[in-house]
Design a protein around this ligand. Structure first.
Ligand code: CAP
Ligand code: MG
Length: 433
């Protein structure tokens, strides 16, 4: 603490404080810089994320006391901070981020800071609409009662013409998958324009639906400037698509909120790809957790978001995957392992987790053991790399799902599914990198 009293951080710490019913509570991991006490560090976190500045002030408005955050609980390197409801504008998610995920991450007084979780009170979430359909609504829309929903991204991830892309999509649907997904970096390129892709995909979707008698859909990527995204979503609606896909981190909360309302009016769902999340959630000591991102995305209303595999090619361990899935799926989420916060979602509907990245039929049971059947399972390289091609790869994956649901091993199932047998011959049960 500064001897000459230019600083006032201790005013933001009170270990006897009991959060009010309407307070928002954040859980942070923190590491003070050398020479900074724990009390000063946590006071600075509460101060800079609410009302404070670096020095005492000459003049303060009378409501100040009621607006400042309070660091009220420390357990080793974890601190809980309570924020009064009045600090936050109703229904403005970007403003919340500017506070709790803003300047505090750049403070020299902290060596590391990580926002682990947030508890949003009913009084705050009532200003948000959440997902338009919920998992139940999506299942109804797709006509699938119990099994995981399945999809694949044409691979290579970018490079196909619209016609080539749609053809791979058709093979994917015909192999039994529900969805064809664009890759995160495919939007409207000179060799694969959005409008042409939509037109050709529509034709082949109609054909696949007719031939299979099943509902077929796609996550077609509308990622662009917000007004352009609205145009693309409208075009999808006009061609009878019930989904659009957005790279939600790169486009930002504000545009996702705009698109949530815009697409809900057309009864469409939003597939959220999380490309760029690892820039802020990969370092276990600094940044934001995937848990936090998933919570914000459910709040602002995506229908589903990527949540990891734990066994595939991308980072994210089993604990993270389960926590994120719980946050998205349940109405009441119980704090896990002491380092998460409870959440009651009240009127906010559920969202599907999406497991993707380095999966193949041999890994399907591992993923389903973790997630259960309420998920969107994306197997991409793992179907297009099948020795007999995309359709056989999708069939092998569907057979693996069936086996898991029937309590059969994949090797048993492979006796009656030659597609699965070939997939196992190529990849076995290998965990990808
Ligand atoms: C998967 C994928 C997805 C990642 C995203 C890719 O392809 O299309 O974008 O899964 O990661 O480009 O890698 P494969 P996450 O199935 O061929 O690996 O789900 O972790 O956000
Ligand atoms: Mg991808």
């Amino acid at each position: 603490m500064c001897a000459n009293k230019v600083e006032w951080y201790e005013k933001f710490v009170d270990f006897s404080y009991k959060p009010a019913k309407d307070d928002l509570v954040c859980l942070f991991y923190f590491e003070p810089d050398i020479g900074i006490s724990v009390k000063e560090a946590i006071g600075r976190i509460a101060s800079e994320s609410s009302t404070g500045t670096w020095t005492t002030l000459f003049k303060m408005p009378p409501r100040m006391k009621k607006l400042q955050a309070t660091a009220f609980h420390v357990d080793e390197n974890y601190v809980k901070v309570a924020y009064p409801l009045a600090l936050w504008e109703e229904g403005n998610a970007p403003q919340l981020l500017s506070g709790i995920a803003g300047n505090i991450f750049g403070m020299k007084a902290l060596r590391n800071l990580r926002l682990i979780d947030i508890m949003l009170p009913q009084a705050y979430i009532k200003h948000f609409k959440g997902p338009h359909h919920g998992m139940e609504g999506i299942r109804k829309m797709m006509g699938i009662k119990k099994r995981p929903l399945t999809g694949a991204v044409p691979k290579p991830k970018i490079g196909f013409s619209a016609a080539e892309h749609a053809q791979i999509g058709y093979e994917t649907w015909m192999g039994g998958f529900d969805f064809v997904k664009d890759d995160e970096n495919l939007t409207s390129t000179s060799f694969n324009r959005f409008e042409e892709r939509v037109k050709l995909m529509t034709k082949l979707r109609d054909k696949a639906e007719k031939e299979t008698g099943e509902v077929k859909s796609a996550f077609i990527n509308i990622t662009a400037e917000t007004e352009e995204m609205k145009k693309r979503a409208k075009m999808l609606h006009e061609y009878g698509w019930n989904y659009c896909m957005i790279d939600v981190v790169v486009t930002g909360h504000s545009s996702v909120m705009t698109l949530r309302d815009y697409t809900a009016d057309m009864n469409m769902a939003i597939h959220a790809h999380r490309a760029m999340h690892a820039t802020f959630d990969r370092n276990p000591k600094h940044g934001l957790t995937m848990q936090f991102l998933a919570k914000m995305m459910r709040l602002i209303g995506v229908s589903q978001i990527h949540s990891g595999t734990a066994v595939g090619k991308l980072v994210g361990d089993k604990r993270e995957v389960t926590t994120v899935a719980d946050t998205l799926r349940y109405r009441k989420v119980k704090a896990l392992g002491g380092h998460l916060l409870d959440q009651d979602w009240k009127h906010i509907k559920s969202a599907f987790p999406v497991s993707s990245g380095g999966l193949h039929p041999g890994l399907v049971p591992n993923v389903l053991d973790i997630y259960g059947e309420d998920l969107i399972l994306l197997v991409s390289g793992g179907i297009h790399g099948h020795p007999k091609g995309t359709r056989a790869g999708a069939m092998a994956t569907m057979a693996a799902i069936e086996a898991w649901q029937d309590g059969e091993t994949l090797n048993e199932k492979a006796k009656t599914s030659k597609e699965l047998a070939l997939a196992l011959e190529k990849w076995g049960h290998m965990k990808t990198k």
